[in-house]
Design a protein around this ligand. Structure first.
Ligand SMILES: [Zn+2]
Length: 307
């Protein structure tokens, strides 16, 4: 076992230089400096770990949280004959209280939730704004909501739906649609159409330089405001084309053609393929305001616009 920073051996014997760094760190922390700030300060002053490394905040907290810092055993009892200690038992206990408080103050870790129907795949029925993924509180279940209105964004903020309810319903309807007779052929056709569209868009994007050049040639014959308007429109068109192309490229490679057990495929597919398949068969889902009671069938709140 490695030697504990601040001591010459496991059985004590102060390492004066390392002990000085740890005492400095303890007093900074007890003085309400952050762990990161404290690490920076003692690193800048040349203090290092037993391995000669700079202090990382987690390592610092782990070392300072060791009862040996105050010559105590794991039960908090003084170790006989330990000798001089890095911290006094009182300092050590105050540090432990501080660390415990910091743990409590940390927001609970949010598990990442990959939404199925964000980025334009779902929209608010009241205001046509795209729904966004949200959580009401850090502990709340993932949900979709119409974003609250703000300057330049006339969304209504009034529609909200639990993510599981929305996504399960949509997945169910999409799979049901794809299990109907002839669905494989329809799916293949949709994919072919989307591939054609992405080829056309790609050519359009690649022709941008040419179009800008032609526009510049017209600069002398256009009044400045007309030129600016034309340039702005061309730029916007390029942005839209690039976004659409990026979106299409995510869809067209979905490895679903020829799959015989679509439900099994869905259940084991990574989120990005599920998103892609949904994007291939639907344009978007409109989410209706709830209104009449909480326990209605969630599919009653959806209007799927099929491709
Ligand atoms: Zn809305």
């Amino acid at each position: 076992m490695a030697r504990l920073t601040g001591y010459l051996s496991r059985h004590g014997g102060l390492h004066p230089q390392e002990a000085a760094g740890l005492r400095k760190a303890a007093s900074l922390l007890l003085d309400q400096h952050s762990r990161a700030e404290t690490s920076r300060v003692i690193n800048a002053q040349g203090y290092r770990t037993t391995h000669g490394n700079e202090w990382a905040p987690e390592v610092l907290v782990r070392v300072l949280g060791n009862p040996r810092m105050a010559g105590l055993d794991d039960d908090g009892e003084p170790i006989e004959g330990f000798g001089e200690t890095v911290l006094s038992p009182d300092e050590f206990r105050r540090l432990l209280v501080l660390f415990a408080e910091q743990v409590e103050q940390q927001p609970p870790a949010r598990e990442a939730f990959e939404y199925l129907l964000t980025e334009g795949l779902s929209e608010c029925d009241l205001c046509d704004w795209n729904m966004v993924g949200t959580r009401v509180s850090s502990g709340g279940a993932p949900a979709y909501r119409c974003p609250p209105p703000r300057a330049g964004q006339p969304s209504c903020g009034r529609v909200r739906i639990n993510a599981d309810r929305l996504e399960d319903s949509v997945a169910e309807e999409v799979l049901a649609e794809l299990l109907r007779p002839g669905a494989q052929e329809r799916l293949a056709r949709l994919l072919a159409d989307l591939r054609d569209e992405s080829v056309r868009l790609k050519a359009h994007v690649e022709g941008a330089e040419q179009r800008f050049a032609e526009l510049r040639e017209m600069r002398t014959v256009l009044v400045p405001s007309a030129y600016e308007a034309a340039e702005k429109a061309t730029r916007q068109d390029m942005r839209d084309a690039r976004n659409r192309l990026r979106y299409l490229e995510q869809l067209v490679d979905v490895p679903v053609e020829g799959v015989t057990d679509l439900v099994a495929w869905w259940n084991s597919a990574p989120r990005k393929w599920q998103r892609a398949l949904v994007g291939v068969v639907i344009v978007k889902v409109r989410v209706l305001a709830s209104g009449r009671g909480r326990h209605r069938d969630p599919s009653a709140r959806l209007r799927i616009e099929w491709r």
